[in-house]
Design a protein around this ligand. Sequence first.
Ligand SMILES: NC(=O)c1ccc[n+]([C@@H]2O[C@H](COP(=O)([O-])OP(=O)(O)OC[C@H]3O[C@@H](n4cnc5c(N)ncnc54)[C@H](OP(=O)(O)O)[C@@H]3O)[C@@H](O)[C@H]2O)c1
Length: 234
Amino acid sequence: MMRLVADRPYTLLSCSMSIDGYLAGASRTRLLLSNDEDFDRVDAVRASCDAILVGAATIRKDNPRLLVRSPARRDDRVASGLPASPTKVTVTRCAQLDPGAAFFTAGGSDKVVYCASSHVPDARARLGGVATVVDGGQPIDMRRMSRDLLARGVRRLMVEGGSSLHTQFLTGDLADELHLVVAPFFVGDARARRFVNDGQFPFNPGRRAALAQVRQLGDVVLLRYALSDRFSDE
Ligand SMILES: NC(=O)c1ccc[n+]([C@@H]2O[C@H](COP(=O)([O-])OP(=O)(O)OC[C@H]3O[C@@H](n4cnc5c(N)ncnc54)[C@H](OP(=O)(O)O)[C@@H]3O)[C@@H](O)[C@H]2O)c1
């Protein structure tokens, strides 16, 4: 049987949300929707990937480091000839990102910024010293960007949000797997970001996603969905 060659990385979406489906609170303060056990699970998933993607708003709001924390996992990666942590990737239209953000300054992994064509000169001026700035087109299409990541050697991509990125990957049918963690509380404020925005999703009442795993980690629960026939239960 002829096997189709993949034209994008194996793509895993990961997020934690409140019982009422919010990814964050409405205030500027970062809301912890996970616990230590789950952070360690996420760390293991990060260590299994070639790149981690977040939207520019997540960098501005949460200032994430996006590194593998466990020394043992970092050592294993290095022993396999990989950098200690995956490449960090972001996407932006307006390039309003601080080169001093932890995304750019923490850890020695490569950083790639996909920027809309109109703002590439601004992005290169501001971020050219701390990241590779790629002209992502106008508008930036996630499928094209995924192909470009594959061409840069990214075979396994972890998307860590926020809502805008999860929505584009899901509605574009570009995800192979979803890790959804539910924290045991409500946010109850419609000004906050939900897991996804409105859109036409390939999974709906007429086509249900496959629930591959349910796992309790202390007071949170992980729901793992298989979203494509590439799903692999590693
Ligand atoms: N609970 C969790 O697991 C988790 C994880 C991550 C984030 N979050 C939360 O999610 C919220 C952020 O979500 P969000 O939806 O507002 O933002 P986001 O997805 O993090 O980033 C959106 C930004 O990314 C850029 N972008 C997205 N699609 C683009 C495209 N096609 N072309 C060019 N640029 C594009 C734009 O950046 P510019 O504005 O720079 O042009 C856009 O404003 C925060 O509250 C954060 O705390 C929660």
